[in-house]
Ligand binder design. Structure first.
Ligand code: IFM
Length: 448
């Protein structure tokens, strides 16, 4: 396999999805605590108060990472643990915890990758509607500073924001994620402030020699449902909405004009909250790009309606295609295509697969093992897809599987399982799945 020296194989999680212990070490409320209390917000009615119990069982997680032979581990800092009131008081007990965890990873030779915002904004910042208010940018800088001051001397890889599009779409446009706002205009503002947040956090990180700042984008290749010109235009439009609206400003091309026009038409007003100087505050600060890849979008033209602000809709692929249990199409070749397109459109940007995986409900069988054949195949096929892109010249530095273990899948609760490790939520027991064993073998075979 042509993976370059130093290529890192690993896995990822986020604080709110695995940690539990929401009421310890002075933690403040996050927007997800409040959201989870809304009737019907979380499938099954659960919340993240225990999850995988990782805040308490962190030594077990380190042992698991070692057992699997992971070379890198991506995890996030609980924002409301560090700044319980959103601004001001910094909770050092939380920083002590993450320092212990980080040092334990370094001790066993695992490269840490830290995400600053994996969606658990302090609830106190809802005083200005969270990311809708421009004040969020300063608050995020304060948080980034507190974490970087403690950890940037030993951590090289930093993700400032996780999936700005998903934050904006599910959190502020559809109201399906915290903080549960359902307003297109507010979602565009929120997305802009998330990107400005990336800029200020990257500036903070760059004060620490060696720290590399990147943003993890959820990227979905958009393919037309047919060769008809209007479906091709729909795919291009959707690409602007999902991908280029984030890639272009981050990687110094400015907001794409086609999508800017779509937004102004849909909102009936200018995007005047995007101020002179903002483009420069976002651009030119990414040392690398994080790619969260799960599937593609197959798009067709559609009429704009009050419910559909843009002239396109997702129709999905025709025929019988491989799908995960949540019906996402499994299409590894789109990952190769995506990486090569990024390599061409945004040259000189090192890339990292910061997430990739699938929902499969396999559980332990009579022998106590989890024979998750489909995840094993998905993982292998996506690693091969990355290999093909690397072979063709793409600068990819690593692959992180989502996720190290089954965890709290946001509004879908605990039903979807995405782990290399099965978690028995009643006991906290972790059982490495067959996919985890086969990944360990793959890593052993490719260790440099
Ligand atoms: O679990 C999430 C993660 O928090 C963000 N990216 C997508 C994953 C699977 O839905």
């Amino acid at each position: 396999m042509p993976f370059p020296d130093g290529f890192l194989f690993g896995a990822a999680t986020s604080s709110h999805q695995v940690e539990g212990s929401l009421d310890v070490d002075g933690r403040g409320e996050s927007v997800w605590d409040a959201f989870a209390r809304l009737p019907g917000a979380i499938e099954g009615g659960g919340d993240a108060s225990v999850a995988c119990d990782s805040y308490r069982l962190w030594r077990d997680d380190v042992a698991l990472i070692e057992e699997l032979g992971l070379q890198a581990y991506r995890y996030s800092i609980g924002w409301s643990r560090v700044l319980p009131d959103g601004r001001g008081r910094v909770e050092t007990r939380a920083l002590d915890h993450y320092e212990r965890f980080t040092d334990a990873l370094l001790d066993i030779g695992v490269t840490p990758m830290i995400t600053l915002n994996h969606w658990d904004m302090p609830q106190a910042l809802m005083s200005h509607e969270g990311w809708v208010g421009r004040e969020s940018v300063g608050a995020f800088a304060e948080y980034a500073e507190a974490v970087a001051d403690r950890l940037a001397d030993r951590v090289e890889w930093w993700v400032t924001q996780n999936e700005p599009w998903i934050i904006a779409l599910l959190g502020y446009h559809l109201g399906l994620h915290a903080p549960g706002v359902a307003d297109l205009g507010k979602s565009v503002r929120a997305a802009h402030h998330v990107l400005l947040g990336h800029g200020v956090a990257a500036d903070v990180l760059h004060r620490h020699p060696g720290a590399k700042a990147g943003c993890a984008l959820s990227l979905f290749p958009c393919d037309p449902a047919s060769d008809a010109a209007e479906d091709v235009a729909a795919a291009r439009g959707s690409d602007g909405y999902v991908n280029r609206w984030f890639l272009d400003p981050l990687l110094a091309k400015g907001y794409p004009e086609d999508m800017w026009e779509h937004y102004e038409r849909a909102l009936g007003e200018p995007l005047d909250f995007i101020r002179a100087g903002d483009a420069d505050a976002i651009a030119g600060r990414s040392d690398w790009l994080g790619i969260n890849y799960y599937t593609r979008r197959v798009m067709a033209h559609a009429e704009v309606t009050p419910q559909r602000p843009f002239p396109w809709r997702v129709v999905g692929p025709r025929g019988d295609v491989p799908r995960t249990d949540e019906s996402w199409e499994v299409v590894p070749s789109s990952l190769t295509g995506l990486l090569l397109r990024l390599h061409e459109d945004y040259p000189d940007t090192p890339m990292f697969i910061t997430e990739n995986g699938g929902i499969y409900g396999d559980s332990p069988t009579h022998d106590g093992r989890v024979h998750d054949v489909r995840r094993t195949d998905l993982l292998r096929d996506h690693v091969l897809a990355v290999e093909a892109a690397v072979d063709a010249g793409a600068d990819v530095r690593g692959y992180l599987h989502w996720s190290l273990m089954d965890n709290f899948e946001w509004a879908m609760g605990y039903r979807p399982r995405m782990g290399l490790t099965y978690v028995d939520y009643r006991t906290g027991e972790r059982i490495v799945k067959d996919s985890g064993r086969s990944y360990a073998e793959l890593i052993r075979n490719h260790a440099h």
